[in-house]
Design a protein around this ligand. Structure first.
Ligand SMILES: Cc1cc2nc3c(=O)[nH]c(=O)nc-3n(C[C@H](O)[C@H](O)[C@H](O)COP(=O)(O)OP(=O)(O)OC[C@H]3O[C@@H](n4cnc5c(N)ncnc54)[C@H](O)[C@@H]3O)c2cc1C
Length: 379
């Protein structure tokens, strides 16, 4: 039997796949076209807590379960408090996102939700997608499955890896108006690591221990470090309500160079995770908007994803973290102590201009970057 053909096919119904499918449907691109989403999982669990900053109202506000207007960073020089205005830091539980988008997409007459796992595909005039259960063809393929190739030796590859516990305390312990972006008070073997705290009430918070390192640590290490953090913060009587763990690859490998006229890597697989911060929720919205413009203009999908200078900054920062990991905490401390949170957010969002970038870069210690540049030049 001929494989079923779709005009658009998306591998993966996660963050990027679902945002893209919804945008394609919302922009009337399915009046005479069909779309399939191939996803093996039921997506019924809260597997991630997505947080992101944005100015004022946003596209996903109906799904936002908590908003913070203040943040703090705890460095060896003390606690620094930030008023985020005009930004807000917002939290979306992945399960709320899946429950809002998946039933709506499944109801759409031009969209087919396929429960299958893609095991291979061949790009051609009609791309051939081989699933565990069936084979499909498509004219345009969007792929959010993890790339087989993790990068190449010339690109640094750092992992953001973490474990977090949502705890409920018996007494008031947290300020739900302020979240902790990075707390360096608990460390581990000179590695770049910190605790991230998201309080959602005076008695409930996500306490997450995070590393930015080239390799993973033993599973029990995260638990031990969270325990040390809680003891230090005087949190003794609590229950663990939820657990979240993850590994986010951070690389400057230009995955988008593998895009073709009718094939595009999306999400983490497409380099949409900011290489130096690990955030991608807000960038997903921006990248999806660019794809919609390309589809509406009937242009190819092989257009460059971002300004070369941001690629260069990320690459350099990752090189420092890869080869001189122990300076990571110091660099983050300098970044937060010497700049406004608004200019940091603008820079990480790649919305700053060169003058602001030069000022921000000048406030970092130069030596680690010079060492990284020298090493890069010699390899
Ligand atoms: C625990 C965790 C917390 C995070 N928190 C934040 C945060 O707070 N803020 C932020 O900005 N970013 C965060 N990130 C980073 C990033 O936003 C997420 O990883 C995001 O989900 C990436 O979107 P994606 O579409 O690339 O991947 P996913 O959302 O993981 O979607 C990929 C989908 O593809 C499916 N799939 C995989 N292989 C196949 C295959 N062979 N065939 C078919 N389907 C397949 C998977 O089942 C999955 O549903 C977090 C990441 C993790 C892991």
């Amino acid at each position: 039997m001929e494989p079923k053909h779709y005009d658009y096919l998306i591998i993966g119904g996660g963050l990027s796949g679902l945002q893209l499918a919804k945008a394609i449907a919302d922009h009337d691109l399915l009046q005479s076209k069909t779309l399939a989403i191939v996803e093996p999982k039921s997506k019924s669990k809260n597997d991630k807590t997505w947080c992101f900053w944005e100015k004022g109202e946003g596209k996903w506000d109906q799904l936002v379960s908590h908003v913070w207007h203040k943040a703090k960073v705890n460095t060896p020089y003390g606690e620094k408090h930030f008023d985020l205005a005009p930004y807000q830091y917002k939290k979306v539980r992945s399960v709320d996102f899946y429950e809002a988008l998946i039933p709506e997409l499944k109801k759409h007459p031009q969209i087919t939700w396929i429960e299958d796992e893609v095991i291979d595909f061949e790009l051609g005039e009609k791309h051939l997608i081989k699933g565990k259960n069936k084979t499909y063809t498509t004219a345009k393929l969007f792929d959010s499955s993890p790339p087989k190739k993790k990068g190449e030796a010339q690109y640094p590859y750092v992992l953001q890896h973490f474990k977090g516990k949502v705890i409920e305390t018996t007494e008031d312990m947290f300020d739900p108006k302020a979240f902790t972006m990075m707390d360096f008070s608990v460390g581990y073997q000179d590695q770049c690591c910190f605790t991230y705290v998201l309080p959602t009430s005076s008695k409930r918070a996500l306490i997450e221990f995070t590393f930015f390192t080239p390799s993973l640590v033993d599973k029990k290490t995260y638990d031990e470090l969270i325990e040390v953090y809680l003891k230090q913060a005087g949190v003794e009587n609590f229950s663990v309500e939820e657990v979240e763990a993850g590994v986010i690859p951070m690389t400057s490998f230009p995955f988008w160079k593998e895009n073709t006229h009718n094939y595009m890597r999306i999400g983490t697989a497409g380099g949409w995770v900011k290489a130096s911060s690990g955030y991608s929720f807000k960038n997903t919205e921006k990248q999806v908007a660019k794809i919609i413009e390309l589809l509406q203009a009937e242009k190819g999908l092989d257009t460059p994803a971002k300004a070369a200078r941001f690629q260069w900054y990320d690459d350099l920062f990752l090189r420092v973290l890869y080869h001189q990991n122990k300076v990571g905490n110091k660099l983050f401390t300098e970044m937060y102590n010497r700049n406004s949170i608004q200019s940091i957010f603008e820079f990480l969002d790649e919305e700053s201009d060169i003058t602001e970038e030069v000022k921000l870069i000048n406030r970092f210690s130069k030596l680690p970057f010079l060492k990284a540049l020298t090493k890069k030049a010699l390899t």
